[in-house]
Design a protein around this ligand. Sequence first.
Ligand SMILES: NC(=O)c1ccc[n+]([C@@H]2O[C@H](COP(=O)([O-])OP(=O)(O)OC[C@H]3O[C@@H](n4cnc5c(N)ncnc54)[C@H](O)[C@@H]3O)[C@@H](O)[C@H]2O)c1
Length: 252
Amino acid sequence: MSRYTDKVVLVTGAASGIGKASAERIAGEGGKVVCVDRQAEAVEETAAGIIASGGEAMAFVCDVTDQDSINATVAATIEKCGKLNALCNVAGVLRFDHTLELSMEDFDFVMNVNARGAFMMCQAAIPHLLETKGFIVNVSSTAALGAHAWTLAYSASKGALLSMTKCIAVEYMLEGLNCNAICPAAIETPMVEAAAHQIPENVDVRLFQKGALPDGSFAPPSDVASTVAFLACEDANHINGDHIRVDGGLMT
Ligand SMILES: NC(=O)c1ccc[n+]([C@@H]2O[C@H](COP(=O)([O-])OP(=O)(O)OC[C@H]3O[C@@H](n4cnc5c(N)ncnc54)[C@H](O)[C@@H]3O)[C@@H](O)[C@H]2O)c1
């Protein structure tokens, strides 16, 4: 008997990086994982990989900026699995820009995925999570706690996600719903690899130093997945409305 036996867990961003590692970790502990992402082929691969390893998974293609797509995904989850025990909002996007050059389109794009998308997922899932006294885990960022240069939209979106986490925790605490956040940094994923090529031109890179560990190292996505798996089940029963940094001590 594992801690996720008989549990249904929906993970967004499951096609890649931290979301994929979280889906694999939870499935490895006996959970039935609903893998959700806008990248069709890659999210199917995550679910297929879990099934090939003896786990239970299904894949849904869903853009978290599209409310109809979210509602259809949650409805299909309930139809196929009968219940939902946990929602892990991992999908996210990162953009680097000079604040004065940040377009309204890019600002809205980042906010729509990272903040509004997670909110819409919560709104669709909460009625079902109340039935199971379930768990929400929102993957925020150290950008919500401190500041990284040239990431105004990203930092604002992750700050909003952290505030939403606390609101949901307080609003539903008497009904047994539990909502926490994780603030990672320096995790080796495609997002971070792409970011290295997005630093704006004509910037003083000394401002970037506080975004990296002293030895320049990165941790694997599995180091965040272990915390996602901890917070999305009864092991975190008495932790509510809080965040855990998974940043190797960067913000300490
Ligand atoms: N890697 C890090 O160091 C780090 C640090 C802090 C926070 N985070 C956060 O962790 C989360 C996962 O990031 P990652 O590093 O694994 O990146 P990643 O790019 O590997 O994974 C992000 C996933 O989100 C999906 N996604 C993006 N927009 C979507 C949309 N509109 N609808 C559905 N899916 C969408 C992508 O397709 C991708 O599969 C993000 O929220 C990110 O902000 C990562």
